[in-house]
Design a protein around this ligand. Structure first.
Ligand code: FAD
Ligand code: DLZ
Ligand code: SF4
Length: 512
C-alpha cells in the first residue's frame, strides 16, 4: 500500500490528523489491541472494556466510511504484543511506502514512535494532534518567560482565542470566572434525572468476556458497564448532559453526596479523551445553552473553563515538563499505598465511599479525586509515583497526559508548584462542609486529636509541620502557618502525636 496509518486506542476520531488525506484505495488503517497497552498498569476492568470496545466500534465506523482497516485483536494467536511489534508485522504484510501517525498522549509511546523509522525502514510522519485547541508551540510561547504559570491567565487567552462566551474583547456576564458561586454543598435530590445507560451490544459483550477471562483479577468487574462506546452514543450522552445536568453543574461542582456519585457532572471525560466527542463542539453546544437561556452563566462558564482551561493547560504542562515530570517528588514522600486503596475497607467514610464508587464505576468526580483520595495521600506522605500509577489504573478517563499533571502537580504538589501555587491540603472540616460523609463516619470530624478524632485533622497540621522547610515561605500558606505558630506547645505536640500514632498504624497495616 501507499500509507500505513496507525490509529491508537485514544484516537477514535474520524477527523484525526493522521487520517487526513487518507485514500481508501491506496492506504490501510492499522488498529491493534496489544498486551503492552493493556498491561502498563493493571487497568480497571471497565476501563479495558471501554477502550477495547470503543476501538472495535471505531474500526466498524471507519469501514462504513469506506476505509480499509486491519484490526488486530488481543487474543489473535500471533499478536506480537506491542505497537512496535504489530507495526513491523503490518509493514511486512503490506509493504507501505510510508507510515503515518498522530502524536500519542504519552511520552513513552512517543519515544517508541521515534524508533519506528529505523526499525521498519520506512519514513514515519508524526502529525500534531489537532483535537486539542492549543498546540505545543502556542503553549510554549505562552509559558516562556513567565515567573508563575497561572491557569486563569491561560484560560482567558483561550477564551479570547476561541471567542467562547465573549462579547467583543469582554467576557460575557462581565466576569471571566464565576467560581465563587460554585462552592456550595449539595442536598440529596430525589428528582435528579437518571443517567443514560448504554446496554452492551454483541461487540461489547465479546470484549467483556475477554476482559473477564484475561483481566478478571484487576480492579472492579465488567458487570453493569454502561458507558458510551460509539460516537452516536457519546453524542446522546452529551445531549442528555446539556439538557438535564448542565443547568445545575456549577451549583454542585464541588459537592459530594453519599449515594449520588455523579451529581451534575458530565461523565464525558472518557468520551472526550478517547476521541468520541470533540471538545470545541461540546463547548459551543454549552455556550448555546447559555445564549438560549437554558443554563445559567455560572454553570456554562464553569464547564467551558474545565475544558478549554484546565484540560488544555494540563496537557501543555505535561509535554513541557516530560520526561522528568512523572518522577518529581518535591516533598520527598515515600509511604506505600495502603491496601484499602484497592478495597475501600477503611473506617474513614470519605475514603471508603470514594474508593468503593471508584471500584464500582471506574469514575470519581474531581473533588473526590482531589480533596479525598488526593488530599489524604498528600497529608499521609504517600509515594506520589505509586499514587500516579493508582490513578492511571483505576479511572476510565486516565491517560498520562492528563492524569500525571493532575496527580503529581495539582493534587500532590510533587512538582513543587509548577501546576498550582499551593498544595490542596485540607483538614476534615473541608470534607465535612462539602459532603455528608462525616455524618456516618466512625471518626468524629469535630475532634482534633486523640481516640476517635478524624485522622485528617492531625494529619493536616502534621503535614504543614513536617514540610515547613519547603512550604512555610509560600505566601498562600501564610495564614495556616501563622495559626500553627500561635498554638501552644502542648496543642502542637498533641497533633504531632496523633498523626504519628495514625501513621504507625497505617504502616503496620492495622485497620484505620
Ligand atoms: P466534569 O466535572 O463534568 O468536567 C467537564 C470536563 O472538564 C471533563 O469531562 C474533563 O474533560 C474536563 N476537566 C475537568 N477538570 C479537569 C482537569 N483538572 N484536568 C483536565 N480536564 C479536566 N481527568 C481526566 O480526564 N483523566 C484523568 O486521568 C484525571 N485524573 C485526575 C486525577 C486527579 C488527582 C484529579 C484531581 C483530577 C483528575 N482529572 C482527570 C480531572 C477531573 O477530575 C476529571 O476530568 C473529571 O472528574 C471527569 O469527570 P467528568 O467528565 O464528569 O467531569
Ligand atoms: C489504554 C489502552 C489500552 C488499555 N489498550 C490499548 C490497546 O490495546 N491498543 C491501543 O491502541 N491503545 C490502547 N490503549 C490506549 C493507549 O495506551 C494510548 O493510546 C497510549 O497510551 C497513548 O496515549
Ligand atoms: Fe473523612 Fe474525617 Fe469526615 Fe470521617 S470524619 S468522613 S475520616 S473527613
Amino acid at each position: 500500500c501507499r500509507n500505513l496509518i496507525l490509529v491508537l486506542g485514544d484516537q477514535l476520531s474520524p477527523a484525526l490528523s493522521s487520517l487526513a488525506g487518507c485514500d481508501p484505495a491506496r492506504d490501510i488503517v492499522l488498529m491493534c489491541e496489544v498486551a503492552e497497552e493493556t498491561g502498563y498498569v493493571r487497568h480497571h476492568q471497565k476501563k479495558l472494556v471501554l477502550i477495547l470496545s470503543a476501538m472495535r466500534h471505531f474500526a466498524e465506523e471507519l469501514r462504513a466510511l469506506g476505509h480499509r482497516v486491519c484490526y488486530r485483536q488481543l487474543d489473535a494467536p500471533d499478536n506480537r504484543g506491542s505497537f512496535t511489534g504489530e507495526l513491523i508485522r503490518a509493514v511486512e504484510a503490506f509493504e507501505p511506502e510510508r507510515i503515518i501517525v498522530t502524536e500519542p498522549g504519552e511520552y513513552r509511546v512517543l519515544e517508541a514512535m521515534r524508533e519506528w523509522a529505523t526499525q521498519t525502514g520506512r519514513p514515519v510522519e508524526i502529525r500534531p494532534d489537532d483535537r486539542f485547541l492549543c498546540s505545543h508551540e502556542t503553549f510554549q510561547v505562552w509559558a516562556t518567560g513567565r515567573r508563575e504559570m497561572v491557569m486563569e491567565f491561560f484560560y482567558r487567552d483561550m477564551r479570547r482565542r476561541t471567542g467562547l462566551l465573549m462579547e467583543g474583547d469582554k467576557p460575557v456576564g462581565g466576569r471571566w470566572n464565576f467560581d465563587s458561586e460554585n462552592r456550595k454543598p449539595a442536598k440529596p435530590d430525589l428528582f435528579r434525572p437518571k443517567r443514560p445507560r448504554f446496554s452492551p451490544d454483541a461487540i461489547t459483550r465479546a470484549v467483556m468476556d475477554l476482559v473477564t477471562n484475561r483481566f478478571g483479577d484487576h480492579m472492579g468487574t465488567v458487570d453493569g458497564f454502561f458507558f458510551p462506546v460509539t460516537r452516536q452514543q457519546a453524542e446522546e450522552a452529551a445531549d442528555r448532559f446539556l439538557d438535564d445536568f448542565l443547568p445545575h453543574f456549577g451549583d454542585t461542582q464541588d459537592a459530594m453526596l453519599r449515594g449520588d456519585p455523579f451529581l451534575n457532572h458530565s461523565l464525558l471525560s472518557f468520551s472526550i479523551n478517547i476521541g468520541l466527542l470533540e471538545p470545541m463542539a461540546l463547548c459551543r453546544a454549552a455556550e448555546r445553552a447559555y445564549l438560549e437561556g437554558r443554563a445559567p452563566i455560572n454553570a456554562v462558564e464553569g464547564f467551558i473553563r474545565q475544558i478549554i482551561g484546565w484540560r488544555e493547560y494540563v496537557r501543555g504542562i505535561y509535554w513541557l515538563h516530560m520526561p522528568d515530570y512523572v518522577s518529581m517528588n518535591f516533598l520527598a514522600a515515600g509511604r506505600p499505598l495502603p491496601s484499602f486503596f484497592w478495597t475501600g475497607e477503611t473506617n474513614m467514610n470519605c475514603l471508603a465511599t470514594v474508593i468503593r464508587e471508584t471500584i464500582d464505576n471506574a469514575y470519581a468526580h474531581h473533588i473526590q479525586r482531589l480533596m479525598v483520595t488526593g488530599n489524604f495521600a498528600m497529608l499521609a506522605g504517600l509515594d506520589p509515583h505509586a499514587l500516579h500509577e493508582w490513578y492511571l489504573e483505576v479511572y476510565a478517563d486516565a491517560f498520562e497526559w492528563v492524569e500525571v499533571p493532575n496527580v503529581i502537580g495539582m493534587s500532590q504538589f510533587a512538582d513543587g508548584g509548577i501546576m498550582g501555587s499551593k498544595p490542596y491540603a485540607a483538614s476534615g472540616a473541608y470534607i465535612s462542609k462539602m459532603s455528608d460523609y462525616c455524618e456516618s463516619c466512625a471518626y468524629d470530624v469535630r475532634r482534633k486529636t486523640g481516640e476517635g478524632a478524624c485522622p485528617f485533622n492531625a494529619l493536616y497540621w502534621d503535614f504543614l509541620d513536617r514540610n515547613a522547610e519547603k512550604l512555610s515561605r509560600n505566601h498562600r500558606l501564610a495564614q495556616p502557618y501563622a495559626a500553627w505558630r500561635r498554638m501552644d506547645d502542648s496543642q502542637r505536640d498533641s497533633y504531632r502525636r496523633s498523626a504519628r500514632l495514625f501513621l504507625e498504624q497505617l504502616d503496620a497495616g492495622s485497620d484505620v
